[in-house]
Design a protein around this ligand. Structure first.
Ligand SMILES: C[S@@+](CC[C@H](N)C(=O)[O-])C[C@H]1O[C@@H](n2cnc3c(N)ncnc32)[C@H](O)[C@@H]1O
Length: 408
């Protein structure tokens, strides 16, 4: 048998006929309508999906059996009845009239096939596999996932010059914990402005011509000031580039993402915010600590322990009184103050504490103790930033979960 000949059809404004009013006819009709075809459905009765399309005035319905002449003026026919004889008649009429006909019931006798199709942005991938639709679908699904996750290249070489900024939450560090949306935008970026705690392994996958700009943002080391970052994002988008601002965790959790989004809004630059998996929840989880647990606590509070000036830290009296788990970010250098603040306002010295460094990464490390012991233990073990500090009874759940929780 000769190999088939793939084509992409422009059906916009062209007539297509679907013979058959069941679910297969409905699926084919939907695809044709999406392609802009003017569709006539021939069938004595319609399934619900097709009936809705008729009610909405999206197609013409001939409420009867198929008859000779129904294909007049058509470019494409879908023979999708449950009756093989009718489908064969439709296919024979189409062949005589020189119209391509897809038979839904019998690929072997069909003149054309509807491939398994994946569409991501403006890319269409159609897969046909020796008239075996199940195999074609399986291959198409694998390709679709790779396109959606940005594993296959989506970058447009000759793109329209409309710039765009995406504030992408990269998750806590493991490259597998970014969202598929974030990964896709990264695969389409011209320039990536990246934070120190973003999942840096993803940078290795970028095309060589993608520019990577370090924004820094360590506890004491800011390569660029926030204003400089805002200006950079706006300036690059104005120049027509697709800018991804890749951040650790979620852009709106102590990530200054809202300031960047506002800067874009003020400059009239389109900006998309892609949420990320925040370290406040994911890092404890990676260490087997649930921030809430039935019978232990039903609430958790996330606090920045960072204070730019002495005496400017959290309100310890209120925090010590809050029920449930306390999750401190940016807290390693402040650990003695955290302990002192909570103990001074009534938290028991026996309260469990865990400090998790470099959560979800290969060298993740957990240090546990109590409000009484944690400062000495952390000092002894040389605990360093980045780390998440968890205070509360949930820390003890980790021991029970230790055998079942596996790190990504
Ligand atoms: C400026 S905040 C940014 C938080 C981020 N936007 C988020 O949602 O996770 C930085 C702090 O997040 C925490 N952090 C981020 N990634 C971490 C990781 N992989 N392991 C431990 N802590 C982490 C540390 O407390 C660090 O000091």
């Amino acid at each position: 048998m000769s190999p088939t000949y793939p084509l992409v059809l422009d059906l916009d404004g062209r007539r297509a006929v679907v013979v058959g009013g069941g679910p297969v006819g409905a699926r084919r009709t939907t695809g044709l309508l999406e392609a802009g075809a003017i569709v006539t459905v021939v069938a004595p009765a319609l399934c619900e999906d097709l009936a809705v399309l008729v009610d909405d005035g999206r197609l013409t319905w001939l409420p009867r059996e198929y008859a000779e002449g129904d294909l007049a003026g058509a470019w494409l026919v879908q023979a999708a009845t449950a009756d093989a004889e009718v489908n064969a008649t439709v296919a024979a009429d189409a062949e005589r009239a020189g119209i391509w006909c897809v038979r839904a019931d019998d690929a072997r006798t069909s003149a054309a096939w509807t491939p398994a199709t994946a569409r991501v942005d403006d890319i269409t991938v159609a897969v046909s596999a020796s008239r075996d639709p199940r195999r074609a679908r399986a291959v198409k699904d694998r390709i679709a996932v790779k396109l959606q996750t940005g594993e296959l290249p989506l970058r447009r070489v000759r793109r329209k010059r409309t710039g765009h900024v995406a504030l992408v939450g990269g998750g806590p560090g493991d490259p597998g914990l970014i969202t598929t949306r974030g990964r896709r935008l990264l695969a389409d970026a011209d320039v990536v402005v990246v934070d120190r705690l973003a999942p840096r392994a993803l940078l290795d996958e970028l095309d060589p011509e993608v520019e990577v700009i370090e924004a820094g943002k360590g506890p004491q080391a800011h390569t660029l000031s926030q204003l400089e970052i805002n200006d950079l994002l706006v300036e690059r988008a104005r120049a027509g580039q697709r800018v991804v601002r890749l951040k650790g965790g979620d852009p709106f959790v102590f990530g200054r993402g809202a300031e960047e989004a506002l800067a874009c809004a003020e400059a009239g630059i389109p900006c998309e915010v892609v949420p990320g998996v925040t370290s406040a929840v994911a890092v404890p989880a990676a260490a087997g600590i649930p921030v809430t647990h039935r019978g232990v606590t039903r609430q958790f509070t996330v606090i920045s322990a960072h204070s730019a000036h002495p005496g400017e830290g959290p309100d310890w009296a209120s925090l010590a009184a809050v029920e449930g788990t306390l999750v401190f970010l940016m807290g390693v250098s402040q650990l003695p103050l955290v302990v002192e603040g909570l103990r001074a306002h009534g938290r028991s010295p026996a309260t469990p504490v865990a400090v998790i460094e470099r959560g979800t990464l290969a060298d993740q490390r957990t240090t546990t103790g109590t409000l009484e012991t944690i400062v000495a233990t952390a000092t002894e073990r040389g605990v360093r930033s980045p780390a998440v500090i968890i205070v509360g009874e949930v820390v003890t759940v980790a021991e029970e979960l230790a055998t079942v929780v596996r790190r990504p």
